[in-house]
Design a protein around this ligand. Structure first.
Ligand SMILES: Cc1cc2nc3c(=O)[nH]c(=O)nc-3n(C[C@H](O)[C@H](O)[C@H](O)COP(=O)(O)OP(=O)(O)OC[C@H]3O[C@@H](n4cnc5c(N)ncnc54)[C@H](O)[C@@H]3O)c2cc1C
Length: 386
């Protein structure tokens, strides 16, 4: 089976429809198994669509609930992990800047330490000799996607067996994953390292890998009793920045890669007169990831033009950093955009009014600490969204 991710809402909805029958007991029972790229997937593979909001999280959660009722619990909880991580990073943006600093320091360390550099190069090229790990490194680069359990094994082996800097592993993922997401990726790597749930690292064990890969892999020499990484106490959670409200009357709508379903944005009585697209790729993103970003944006702009009945196109050419005011593009209209969570889009956005979806507003206040608070609030959040 070839895994491809055509970057359009239509393709995302088709995947959602195809996987919905499996979102109940089959998902709960099978989701931990990775039987390889040639096998039928046990999970939805919706992440490239959810990450860009070509498909909305609530569409996936309600599809599961409507089809399976209480048996959809596990799938719904996984979708809420995404919201939890986004909300957590939103209230602790310093974790993202600290991660970026660690990536830069990691590259300095590679330049200064030839042995470390060799270990790093062997890891990313799939030449470590560790059964499974080498295939996963190559699979990530070739297919731009890895199963969740495999991501966990990979990160654990990277950090604790190969003793490589965790931030360089997270950077390797973010460059190549077609669903690469600042919050889910950074915070999952921190979780594996024992930095998110302090003192509780995730250990990749050979027995677990054998079992959940159907015996395809049996790695030797893993550090199965890892000691959690430590760090200086990170800054306390900051209050959520307040969202804006779209004004009544004419506005210019700016789209970015974190939210490509403009049709459902909470825009009140605003009249959208023009739509612009801003494409801020993850730093160093692989070609196929950039192509998916571009195609997803083109798809959203096409839909926006039809939905709002106005011109829609890229709003400029270079979104590599902050500094664009948007004044010329907007023609003096107030610029409205979907809330961009911490990451490249948020950094590149010009001053504008950021509206937040109820999905985010309902989840994020619960996301300041562990996942448990979000999990406990799921029934209330879903009831509020119905
Ligand atoms: C080290 C590491 C790095 C990761 N990096 C990313 C990343 O960059 N982008 C990303 O979207 N996910 C990331 N994840 C989370 C998870 O692996 C993927 O979301 C999941 O594998 C996507 O496959 P799926 O769509 O088939 O998931 P399904 O199991 O079908 O779940 C449905 C949806 O729920 C969400 N979800 C499921 N599991 C998680 C999870 N553990 N954390 C957050 N959201 C989840 C995803 O949006 C997913 O599409 C990472 C996990 C680890 C351990």
């Amino acid at each position: 089976m070839v895994r491809s991710f055509p970057a359009s809402r239509e393709a995302g909805l088709a995947r959602l429809a195809a996987f919905t029958p499996q979102m109940g007991r089959a998902y709960a029972a099978g989701r931990n198994s990775d039987l390889g790229p040639a096998a039928a997937p046990a999970t939805s593979m919706l992440s490239p669509y959810l990450r860009r909001r070509l498909v909305l999280e609530q569409e996936a959660a309600f599809a599961a609930l409507d089809a399976h009722g209480a048996a959809a619990e596990k799938f719904v909880q996984e979708v809420f992990w995404r919201g939890y991580f986004k909300g957590h990073l939103e209230t602790r943006p310093g974790l993202w800047t600290a991660y970026q600093r660690l990536v830069a320091e990691g590259h300095d360390a590679l330049a200064a330490d030839p042995a470390l550099r060799r270990r790093f190069e062997d890891a990313v090229a799939g030449r470590t000799g560790i059964d499974g790990f080498d295939d996963w490194a190559r699979e990530l680069v070739a297919a731009n996607w890895l199963h969740n359990h495999t991501r966990m094994w990979f990160a654990s082996i990277w950090i604790f067996t190969l003793r490589l800097p965790w931030a360089l592993g997270a950077d390797f993922f973010l460059r190549h994953l077609i669903d690469g997401d600042p919050a889910s990726n950074t915070l999952s790597w921190r979780w594996v390292a024992g930095l998110h749930t302090k003192g509780k690292p995730y250990a990749a064990r050979a027995e677990n890998i054998r079992r959940y890969t159907g015996g395809r892999y049996d790695p030797a020499g893993l550090d199965e009793d890892p000691v959690a990484l430590t760090e200086a106490e990170p800054a306390a959670a900051a209050p959520l920045p307040p969202a804006g409200a779209a004004p009544d009357g004419a506005v210019a709508l700016l789209l970015h890669l974190d939210d490509l379903h403009p049709e459902s944005l909470p825009l009140g009585r605003a009249r959208v007169m023009r739509v612009g697209g801003m494409v801020s790729h993850a730093p160093g993103a692989a070609d196929r990831v950039r192509q998916a970003d571009d195609a997803a944006m083109a798809d959203a702009l096409r839909r926006a033009a039809a939905h709002f009945g106005c011109p829609a196109g890229l709003a400029g050419a270079d979104w590599s950093g902050a500094g664009w005011s948007g004044a010329e593009w907007s023609g003096g209209l107030p610029i409205v955009t979907a809330w961009a969570p911490v990451g490249p889009s948020a950094t590149a956005l010009p001053p504008c009014i950021r509206v937040r979806r109820p999905w985010d507003s309902l989840i994020w206040p619960h996301a300041t600490r562990g996942y448990f608070q979000v999990k406990a609030a799921i029934p209330r959040i879903l009831a509020a969204l119905r």
